[in-house]
Design a protein around this ligand. Structure first.
Ligand SMILES: [Zn+2]
Length: 1016
């Protein structure tokens, strides 16, 4: 666009750029490509809905200068894309071309010996993956694809064009659209240990991605639509491994690969790329667009994809086995042997994929019949409800009576609908216009000689204790306690005998302890759960695994190892001074182990208790007492300063606008209370978060409505755009907007825009970058990301930072409405709420059960809640976008809105208030008994009380429970804690009238306190 602004011939400039990029490489010859007409056709296919009719309408002479990128879901949010002052984009683009050229040349050197065709595709993939990040790394903003449609960038458009080239064949539409999906993700990743879950998710991310990448390796990355390969750490991993001719799962940036490639990716994210490509960031679903040449028919496509999946699984199996069997230590030697004996089972995936393949040519054929020829039966086949009259009317208007233009417009509409239909209804269409395969789980039985036999290595008399589904492949029976007092905490002698026989020697006590950490006494592992555990062990040194115990301890541990190290040192001194012991262990050694950690050591509280000769419960309770006592001594003697401890609490809880002045006014008394949040935790939190209305957003819906969408864009263009040449350009753009809107309705899309490839590309990029951002957020607070697909998140968190994570995860959606790379705004965020379930659970609770509870609560409360002002008709009700907090032990539940908005601005932030409430309780300024006290006053008459009464009671109860002597401070604190939105109510249920549950603001905070107070 900058080229056009300066009146330079943009096609000529593009050629110059392309020549500079490809100069001196093996792919330079493709500049002579003779079929540019195909590219032009693909360009048209890729364009977004608002450009539907520009071609038919005619762009008009002139050019519209416009420098803002608008959020694609809600265009009332926009951001300037003006280049930094003094930067000449055109000359800088020369630098970008030279850098990409350098990448291509270095990659080509590394690819020495590759056959010509593979070399060409690989270099193409290098170009695909480097062009965009190189541009951003020079601090250059993206150009708009077309200034008349400022919702997506030229990168969105160009990558979409590349994908659409697979569909254009000799002037016709052809090729396939395919969706691969691993069904039952929840079941696959359910586990009893954090590591099991993480590694299961990692396996799915990697195997599903590898399946698609196998296609991209031969046919180009543009065949992958979602998750987008753009700025995708997994795509970098794939490319690096292709160049290094290595396994697809290699975990570090390998030697033999141009270092610059790995560095570029790291520069984009500000993190080592290996850290990101080893996170489970890819969902277990992919969509692809394949050229006609890929296969003869849809059935063959599905067969090839299923085979690619099997190969991807097998490759992972080989990698895990090789790593384990090479290590040669006692633990890996044992698992290596088990894995080899199970190879018949686990070298194959536990189930197939679901595959849906749509033959695009066939769909397009019916679309032409439906739209161009007006065949109602064809429309019906496609599931389209076309209002023929309305359609003809719009087309007539657009074409101004010119019949050639009319015909062209009709075809244009048919092409645009093709993409929309397949991405929004691909699975259904596959049944009629292609092939659909459902995944079937593998069987552990086979039929032989008239009877059923179980496969080698499994014992069908016992069931896996992790998933409850597979037959046993390893049974680790517990020993009996002496005197028939039930089961002990160790393996039985028989199990030890078996282990030592396999390893070939006797194990030391320390080795036995390590064994028990990885394979818990009493566990029964099925073949796949054993494979997951083995993968965990095989990848352990390269990928950062955490145990559930680690997560429980990590919040405090991270703070004490960082900024507040002095607190840890003084605490240890104090413990030593007290001469505190825990059974056979010195308390200070235990605390050092739990908080200071060790390199790659997995913390295990139970194993530590065993080592110290105490039962788990005894150990935990004595540990808590010692730490609390030592901390109090340190505070009272002044070795740990009150302010430091207050600061620690503020950071640990993540309170943004802390009421510090009030807390500090409590002096040493306050600080002594804060000792409670230094105590080692045996609980953690499960976070499940899900974008509200995400399905609707993905199918072209805008939260502001289509009329508003179009008007907003028109208004902005008129106001901030600058017409160069004839004003016809602006008038025609507005005409085509309006026509597109009417068209959307005429072809039965209702209030949705037709999803175009460019639109889809922008949205996929947004999801990819959000997934990365979610990982960064969770990691920053000491949590473990189990998976993120950009819209949904599952994570395990330390209890104290759990609310701060929920808040920040929410902000990743509409913090500023755009995603950035460095300082450069590159795409939109999802403009929707993000409902969250936060469940506090104990290390001893059954994790898979609690996961399920967290999910159920998410569906029952945040997804069904409406927030409204009882007496104000002018306010729009807020739906969803809430958080439910729950506690596994007390059963307490609380629902809160994430935010309350007055039209566009946030008037109230729940997290701010709740975190200050928690801080007040933690510091002892407010009694923990507020919930019970409040209940006493309202329980009898809750239903008849008016909201004003409730608020009066709330203030009264708070005042009674504030422990500050100073009258002035006390009133201040009460004011701070009652800043909730007055007169607001929450309704959980179908509507206000038929609500199952009615919630009042103060009650919510009281309930929140009930959920969280035992961690304070
Ligand atoms: Zn299992």
């Amino acid at each position: 666009m900058w080229v056009m602004r300066q009146g330079i011939d943009h096609e000529e400039e593009a050629w110059k750029f392309a020549r500079k990029v490809l100069e001196g490489t093996a792919v330079e010859k493709y500049l002579e490509y003779e079929e540019w007409s195909k590219v032009i056709e693909a360009d048209r296919l890729a364009a977004s809905f608002d450009r539907w009719l520009l071609l038919a309408v005619g762009g008009g002479k002139g050019f519209l200068w416009y420098e803002y990128l608008h959020n694609i879901f809600d265009p009332s949010w926009s951001h300037s894309i003006r280049p930094p002052q003094g930067v000449d984009v055109i000359s800088k683009s020369g630098d970008a071309a030279a850098i990409v050229n350098y990448y291509l040349r270095t990659a080509e050197k590394a690819l020495d010996g590759f056959p010509q065709d593979r070399l060409a595709v690989t270099l193409y993939n290098v170009l695909y993956l480097t062009l965009e990040p190189v541009w951003y790394s020079l601090n250059l903003p993206p150009s708009l694809a077309d200034t008349r449609t400022p919702t997506h960038t030229v990168f969105d458009h160009n990558y979409a064009v590349a994908s659409m080239l697979n569909v254009v064949c000799n002037g016709e539409v052809g090729g396939y659209y395919a969706i691969i999906d691993y069904p039952g993700v929840q079941k696959f990743i359910a586990g009893r240990k954090a590591g099991d879950m993480w590694v299961s998710s990692w396996i799915l991310s990697n195997v599903v991605w590898a399946t698609g990448y196998r296609v991209a390796e031969s046919w180009g990355l543009d065949t992958v639509l979602t998750p987008t390969p753009r700025l995708n750490p997994y795509a970098f991993k794939g490319l690096v491994n292709t160049i290094a001719k290595s396994s697809l799962y290699a975990v570090e940036c390998l030697s033999g690969v141009p270092e610059e490639l790995c560095n570029l990716a790291s520069r984009v994210y500000g993190l080592p790329i290996e850290v990101l490509w080893n996170q489970p960031l890819v969902p277990a679903t992919m969509s692809l667009v394949l050229p006609r040449a890929y296969a003869n028919d849809a059935v063959e496509v599905s067969g090839k994809l299923l085979e690619a999946f099997r190969m991807a699984w097998r490759e992972l199996y080989e990698l895990v086995k090789e790593r384990l069997c090479d290590k040669g230590n006692y633990l890996s030697a044992f698992l290596c042997e088990r894995l080899e004996s199970l190879s018949e089972v686990v070298s194959e995936p536990p189930q197939g994929l679901s595959v849906a393949v749509v033959n695009l040519e066939k769909v397009y054929h019916d679309l032409e019949k439906c739209v161009v020829e007006g065949s109602s039966s064809a429309c019906e086949e496609l599931g389209l409800t076309v209002d023929r009259k309305a359609l003809e009317k719009v087309v007539k208007e657009v074409a101004s009576g010119d019949s050639t233009k009319e015909e062209r417009a009709m075809r244009e509409i048919a092409t645009k609908l093709l993409y929309h239909l397949v991405v929004t209804r691909g699975t259904e269409l596959a049944k009629k216009y292609g092939a659909a395969v459902r995944a079937t789980p593998r069987s552990f039985w086979y039929y032989s000689g008239g009877r059923l036999e179980s496969v080698a290595g499994v014992d069908t008399n016992h069931v896996c204790s992790i998933c409850g589904d597979e037959p046993s492949a390893l049974k680790l029976s517990k020993t009996f306690k002496s005197g028939g007092r039930g089961l002990g905490d160790d393996y039985s002698d028989e199990v030890w005998g078996h282990i030592e026989k396999t390893v070939g020697r006797t194990l030391t006590e320390k080795e036995r302890a390590e064994f028990r950490k990885f394979l818990k006494p009493g566990e029964v592992l099925g073949p796949y759960c054993l494979f997951k555990r083995a993968s965990y062990l095989a990848l352990r040194n390269t990928v950062s695994f955490l145990s559930t115990d680690d997560i429980a301890l990590e919040g405090i541990s991270q703070a004490l190892q960082g900024e507040f190290q002095v607190v840890l040192e003084r605490l240890l001194q104090s413990l030593n001074g007290m001469n505190a012991s825990l059974g056979k262990c010195r308390a200070s050694d235990v605390v050092r182990y739990l908080y200071a950690g060790g390199e790659h050591e997995v913390r295990d509280i139970g194993e530590k208790a065993l080592e110290c000769g105490l039962t788990y419960d005894e150990f935990v309770s004595r540990l808590e007492d010692s730490v609390r006592e030592a901390c109090k001594i340190a505070v009272r003697s002044g070795t740990v300063k009150s302010e430091v401890l207050v600061e620690y609490a503020v950071k640990l809880l993540g309170v943004n606008n802390a009421i510090r002045e009030l807390i500090e006014s409590g002096g040493t008394t306050t600080a002594v209370n804060l000792c409670d949040i230094l105590v080692p935790q045996t609980s953690y939190a499960i976070l499940r978060s899900d974008a509200d209305d995400v399905g609707k957003l993905m199918s072209g819906w805008s939260p502001i409505g289509l009329d508003n969408y179009v008007n907003t864009l028109s208004d902005h263009l008129r106001k901030h755009g600058e017409v160069i040449g004839s004003t016809e350009v602006l008038e025609n753009a507005e005409r085509s907007y309006r026509a597109s809107l009417e068209l959307s309705r005429a072809v039965g899309l209702g209030d949705r825009v037709a999803v175009s490839p460019a639109w889809h590309n922008a949205v996929s990029l947004s999801l990819m970058l959000t997934a990365v951002e979610d990982y960064i957020t969770i990691n920053r607070w000491g949590g473990m990301l189990v998976y993120s697909g950009g819209d949904d998140v599952l994570a395990l968190l330390p209890v104290h930072s759990a609310l701060a994570v929920a808040r920040d995860i929410r902000k990743n959606f509409t913090g500023d409405y755009f995603r950035r790379v460095g300082n450069v705004v590159v795409t939109s965020t999802l403009v929707t709420g993000r409902s969250t379930s936060l469940r506090f659970v104990n290390l001893k609770d059954l994790m898979s059960q609690e996961m399920w509870e967290a999910y159920e609560l998410l569906e029952s409360f945040p997804k069904r809640v409406t927030w409204a002002w009882e007496d104000r008709q002018d306010r729009i009700d807020a739906r969803k976008d809430s958080i439910v907090l729950s506690d596994s032990r007390s059963g307490a539940i609380a629902v809160l809105p994430n935010y309350v908005r007055d039209h566009k601005s946030v008037v109230y932030d729940s997290y701010d208030l709740v975190l200050n409430l928690l801080l007040s309780v933690a510091s002892g300024l407010l009694s923990k008994n507020v919930p019970e006290d409040f209940e006493k006053f309202v329980s009898v008459a809750f239903d008849v009380l008016k909201s004003e009464d409730l608020e009066t009671i709330a203030r009264y109860v708070l005042r009674r429970n504030v422990r500050l002597r100073d009258e002035n401070f006390r009133e201040k604190l009460v004011d701070q804690l009652t800043r909730f939105p007055h007169g607001m109510r929450g309704y959980v249920g179908d509507s206000r009238r038929r609500a199952d549950v009615r919630v009042f603001p103060f009650e919510i905070y009281v309930r929140t306190l009930r959920v969280v107070r035992r961690y304070l």
